[in-house]
Ligand binder design. Structure first.
Ligand code: PLP
Length: 388
């Protein structure tokens, strides 16, 4: 090694899972294989045309070209409060209970810096989206696993959390509709989660990035639970709702102290999202129903089709109720990684090993239905032909 050493923070992280998988995919492509990637949760559908057209006009307006306002433009924060009132019946104060993010991942990873001290711990669902852990570890806090078991519909069992896990706990992450399991939570569960957080004096961060990609009934907000605003905040994102992953816009709502703390932290780190994108976000929210409907229907159709085909092929799974993932165990027992590499070798279909989302994901494989319908059909056909 030449030069100074890197921060020991860097030792806390395994290589980013998708990077490893992408390397394997590139190797297969080099061999001339027709790879179908169902690994990454990044919609293949383009951002709806009216959104892109609106944004193109906003980009040209010089009023959008200067530094954005730290916690987001007043116009967008008002549009966010109006949308939550219409969608969830929530009354939010746009000045204190809303802050705009450069995508929800950024906010999820930064929030622990604002809420935790070195030596505290955070309860994190297992399996889970990796960004929660990133922020917790970098802030010097510890991770306590909160297993999501199939027999509980992939909801955590708060009664099973050990006393030792609770000793230093100061924060709880939840995520419904859930990545990677596709499970949803109802108002009764949120009531229980808020009561658990309040009883144990925990901050509760709920990640609702997939809130609009539901298949049966609209997913509720955790902030509708009585007393939630004493401890809870909720993350939202344009990314999946409108197929806008590259645009980088999300927001946090809820407990004013926590929202303001994150806004203050971010004021010292970044300078907000481009005003043209913030204006476009307001446009999206004001035209929500028409924009999201075809996207939701596409993912519903794909997910139901693919889950059905896997079931016919002998895979074990619970029908997903939201998002665009199928979380399943293969017909023959394999470790997640072995299953993913076997599938890639035999069919050139790339999936994600469940173990990449945590120990409770062992034995599972996640398929992300972010590929054109014809490719999803072809992937299902190839998977059905595997001799396990
Ligand atoms: C559960 C979950 N939360 C948050 C995010 C981050 O979304 P974004 O940063 O694009 O808003 C993702 C992205 O895949 C996710 O799966």
């Amino acid at each position: 090694m030449i030069g100074p050493s890197l921060s020991s923070n860097m030792n806390a992280f395994p290589p980013y899972l998708f990077k490893e998988l992408d390397k394997r995919k590139q190797e297969e492509l080099k061999k001339g294989k027709d790879v179908i990637s169902l690994a990454v949760g990044d919609p293949d559908l383009p951002t709806p045309r009216p959104i892109a057209d609106f944004a193109a006009r906003e980009v040209k307006m010089s009023s959008n070209h200067r530094y954005p306002y730290g916690c987001g433009s007043a116009r967008l924060r008002k549009a966010i409060t109006a949308w939550h009132y219409k969608r969830h019946g929530l009354k939010l104060d746009y000045e204190t209970e809303v802050t705009v993010l450069i995508g929800s991942k950024e906010g999820l990873a930064h929030l622990p810096f604002a809420l935790l001290d070195r030596g505290d711990s955070a309860l994190i669902p297992d399996p889970a989206y990796p960004a929660y852990k990133t922020g917790v570890l970098l802030s010097g806090a510890r991770v306590e696993r909160l297993p999501l078991k199939e027999e509980n519909g992939f909801l955590p069992d708060f009664g099973a959390v050990s006393r030792s896990a609770m000793r230093r706990a100061k924060m709880l992450f939840l995520n419904y509709p859930n990545n990677p399991t596709g499970a949803c939570a109802d108002a009764a569960f949120y009531k229980e989660a808020v009561a658990f957080a309040k009883k144990n004096n925990l901050w509760l961060a709920h990640d609702a990035a997939y809130s609009e990609i539901y298949f049966k009934k609209p997913s509720p907000s955790i902030l509708s639970a009585s007393g939630a605003r004493d401890v809870a905040v909720e993350f939202y994102s344009l990314s999946k709702t409108y197929c806008m992953t590259g645009w980088r816009l999300g927001w946090l709502i809820g407990n004013a102290r926590a929202v303001q703390a994150l806004a203050k932290l971010k004021e010292n780190i970044d300078s907000g999202q481009f005003n043209a994108i913030q204006e476009t976000a307001a446009f999206c929210l004001e035209n929500h129903a028409g924009l999201v409907k075809p996207i939701r229907e596409t993912f519903k159709h794909r997910t139901e089709f693919f889950a059905g085909e896997l079931k016919k092929a002998g895979w074990n799974l619970i029908e997903p109720e939201a998002a665009f993932f199928v979380w399943a165990r293969p017909p023959a027992a394999r470790s997640s990684l072995a299953a993913v590499y076997e599938i890639l070798e035999k069919t050139s279909v790339l999936a994600t090993p469940g173990s990449g989302f945590g120990d409770s994901g062992k034995g599972f494989v996640r398929f992300s239905l972010c590929a054109p319908d014809a490719r999803i059909k072809e992937a299902a056909r190839r998977l059905a032909g595997i001799k396990w």
